[in-house]
Design a protein around this ligand. Structure first.
Ligand code: SF4
Length: 164
């Protein structure tokens, strides 16, 4: 089941494509050992600015992407009780759950494709998924990535400078 939503808010234009459908979901992190909280979640510039107000040394650069650092394959902010240590300021990508980013393309017709987390035990549990919230965060991610790519076009060392 594919659902498409056109984005046209402010400067953002593009398409959000849901590759799968879900009605109810609850994060049962204790059942899957918080599998989603793995190393390398992609950050936006705004994520970096927000998290930097409280933490340092939490991201690395990989080509044109900014990725959350990890330890033993897990996100560095994952606590021992499997809860997020930065819940109130967590990255946009983490707010898309139960969806994850499958593909992002830029150009004349940018799009972001979202798929469900594979074998998530919480699908079908709990309450209704707030799709409008997922759309809002997917729009934000797409917009912020476009901004980052524009800045990289202007200054290819922009991300290196971020690390200093
Ligand atoms: S920031 Fe929080 S929600 Fe996101 S991967 Fe890390 S622990 Fe999980």
């Amino acid at each position: 089941m594919i659902q498409k939503f056109k984005i046209s808010s402010g400067k953002s234009k593009g398409m959000i494509i849901f590759l799968e459908k879900v009605e109810d979901w609850e994060c049962l992190y204790h059942e899957c050992n918080a599998r989603c909280c793995s190393e390398g979640i992609e950050l936006t510039l705004e994520d970096v600015e927000r998290i930097s107000e409280r933490h340092s040394d939490f991201f690395r650069i990989d080509d044109s992407r900014i990725l959350l650092k990890g330890k033993d394959g897990r996100c560095i902010f994952l606590r021992n009780d499997l809860r997020c240590g930065i819940e109130d300021i967590k990255p946009v990508a983490c707010r898309l759950l139960p969806f994850v980013i499958h593909e992002v393309r830029y150009g004349d017709e940018p799009f972001i494709k979202l798929r469900l987390v594979v074998d998530c035990p919480g699908v079908g549990e709990g309450g209704s998924v707030d799709l409008s919230e997922v759309e809002r965060n997917a729009t934000l991610f797409l917009h912020e990535k476009q901004e980052l790519l524009m800045r990289l076009r202007e200054d290819e060392d922009f991300l290196k400078k971020l690390l200093r």
